[in-house]
Ligand binder design. Structure first.
Ligand code: M6R
Length: 605
């Protein structure tokens, strides 16, 4: 996952940039680079692969200067090669960027019409090209930078250096983090406090829309209208070697990685600029398939449950879904038009592997959706669709769940198109839903403080109910699993319509009921079930479309989530449930990453 550094100092900054890139490398990346200004020119070195490749490159062909920027790239737009590596230098400017420029294809089309040639496949290059044009048109760097960022949509942290300005760095952020540190004889900009903690003990975080300008040893911060502003500095923790990156647990670290890993997974399966699904690259014959069997365990099973509704609604393909431990003992009606699909984070879950072998013995074609591509499940499959979540260490599956969904959504769209069940404009609209998911996850993560308050209110409960309908029923089951496995609170997920067929007997003023009601066709029905809980004094937490009158009249707690698409609801709405489980467990002092009796890979039946 990408990392940014920028250093201005009274000495050559090349080796310090490389050191910071090494400290950013824990995030995962596939290329690295730096650029430095000296004698009114920009010098750039970048290379595919590890920072050691960059170090070797610099040993053979060094660059030096007092001001420079560096980047570790985890490919999202365009292959992980040297050309797509950052920085992106276009004659007068060199840029490093984290995040996604969502409107880059529109901006690129405009520039291409006016004769601009693009070198890379990245969304980042549009930033360098736009700033360069402003500079050619006579604008000063700050104005050129500001005029450019006003055109960008998406989430980003950007730092730029300029030809002819040996000591100048300009940066900004929207959605993605950017901070600065005033160290001894040095100013450092970074996307990650942790990676620069060897240089000092406090940093200043930029807020969205802030612009930072550093020139020699001077730092100035500006708001969007270029008024000077101040931001408070914060003490930071020292870098440690445990891989937690300053977080208390892997689970919360992994929850927060989701915008990055989702954009990685989605950009592998989708061509964002052409609004196309990239699954044709697999030499696998999907043409005959008219039925899919899905099998998995735990959270992966709930991903399968979401996928079933997508395959049926969007691709018009019938799906039979089974828990893997049941699958192998059941009559499955295999035939040569059926595809067997297995979902597993670890790729080693014994029941899922046994189910796969059972399908294989029955001459089924096997597709697996896995995180660990070296796993047994992957090795025994005819086609492997990796989910690109990166290593998941916390026992509670979080980022693997949303990346499984992103991967499955891509497969659904691919098959829907192959079966001609969606037309070009429906395909475009569904891809557009997926494109916005990383930045929507980032927005929902901002509810963490509200969720902490809810966690405080419910953490002493002995039981909880999650309820949903349609797209949110699998989430109700997943939310309950997440809560029970790490907090040890008994939790049940139910279909909202089933409430009055039994679970309503549990409702009293101590019982938290988490109602999952997005702005979809079930909203009104969900609300009437919520009212049934309210009338019996239950403690309602509404996640979805929250209206002001509900907050007042029903005195409920709400997390307002504004997505209403078929594909984005399950992905986005799982985030608050993960945060809720985490903060409840934290308040209860459980062993969050390794809850009692559980293992990360369940390799026994
Ligand atoms: O590695 P897998 O995805 O096959 O694992 C399946 C389940 O064991 C797993 O999802 C488990 O339910 C998690 N603890 C859920 O958070």
């Amino acid at each position: 996952m990408c990392g940014i550094v920028g250093i201005s100092a009274k000495k050559n900054v090349s080796s310090d940039i490389v050191q910071c890139l090494n400290h950013l490398s824990y995030r995962g990346y596939d290329s690295a680079g730096l650029s430095i200004t000296k004698d009114n020119e920009i010098f750039e070195r970048k290379i595919q692969g590890k920072v050691t490749n960059l170090e070797n490159f610099l040993n053979n062909d060094p660059i030096s200067g007092n001001c420079g920027i560096g980047h570790t790239r985890w490919a999202t737009h365009g292959e992980p090669n040297t050309i797509n590596a950052h920085p992106h230098t276009i004659s007068n400017v060199s840029v490093v960027h984290n995040g996604i420029i969502e409107n880059y294809h529109d901006l690129k089309a405009i520039l291409e019409k006016s004769g601009v040639n693009f070198i890379s496949d990245t969304d980042t290059e549009i930033i360098s090209q736009l700033i360069n044009i402003e500079l050619i048109n006579g604008k000063k760097p700050l104005e050129a930078f500001k005029n450019t960022i006003t055109k960008l949509e998406g989430a980003y942290a950007i730092v730029a250096i300029f030809r002819g300005y040996d000591d100048l760095m300009i940066g900004t952020k929207l959605g993605s983090p950017l901070l600065y540190m005033k160290a001894k004889n040095m100013i450092i900009l970074s996307s990650d406090a942790y990676s620069i903690s060897d240089y000092g003990s406090s940093v200043t975080y930029l807020e969205d829309g802030d612009i930072i300008v550093t020139e020699k040893s001077k730092i100035s911060l500006h708001d969007y209208s270029l008024n000077t502003i101040q931001r408070p500095s914060k003490k930071i923790k020292k870098r440690d070697k445990d891989g937690l990156n300053g977080h208390d647990h892997f689970m919360i670290k992994e929850i927060k990685e989701q915008p990055d890993v989702l954009s990685h997974a989605l950009s592998y399966y989708l061509n964002f600029s052409k609004y196309k699904i990239n699954l044709d690259k697999y030499n696998f014959d999907f043409t005959k398939i008219n039925r899919i069997i899905i099998s998995a365990c735990g959270t992966a099973y709930f991903a399968g449950m979401v996928a079933k509704s997508w395959f049926e609604d969007i691709a018009n393909i019938k799906v039979d879904l089974d828990i893997a431990s049941e699958f192998r003992y059941k009559k499955m009606f295999f035939d040569n038009k059926t595809l067997s699909l297995f979902i597993s984070q670890s790729g080693e879950t014994a029941d899922t592997l046994a189910a796969l072998r059972h399908a294989k013995e029955n001459d089924q074609k096997i597709v697996s959706v896995v995180n660990t591509v070296e796993s047994s499940i992957a090795k025994e499959s005819d086609l492997v669709l990796p989910i690109f979540a990166g290593q998941e260490i916390g026992v509670a599956s979080t980022k693997a769940f949303t990346c499984q969904l992103a991967t499955l959504a891509s497969l659904v769209l691919f098959l829907a198109k192959k079966k001609r069940h969606i037309n070009a404009s429906q395909e475009k609209a569904l891809i557009e839903e997926l494109v916005h998911i990383p930045s929507q996850v980032l927005d929902v993560l901002k509810y963490e403080n509200d969720i902490k308050k809810i966690a405080k209110d419910i953490h002493k409960s002995s039981s909880a109910i999650f309820m949903g309908r349609g797209a949110t029923l699998p989430l109700a089951l997943e939310g309950a699993l997440k809560l029970k496995e790490i907090s040890y609170i008994h939790a049940e997920g139910i279909a909202s319509g089933e409430l009055k067929h039994g679970a309503i007997a549990l409702v009293d003023k101590k019982l938290p009921v988490i109602v999952l009601a997005p702005d979809d066709i079930f909203y009104v029905k969900n609300l009437s079930n919520m009212n049934e809980v309210y009338s019996r004094g239950g403690k309602i937490i509404l996640v979805g479309k929250v209206q002001n009158n509900q907050l007042k009249d029903l005195k409920l707690t709400g997390i307002n989530i504004e997505v209403n698409g078929k594909l984005n609801i399950p992905i986005i709405m799982s985030i608050p449930l993960q945060l809720l489980a985490y903060h409840v467990a934290k308040l209860r002092g459980t062993d969050i990453d390794q809850p009692r009796n559980l293992a990360k890979a369940v390799t026994v039946e």
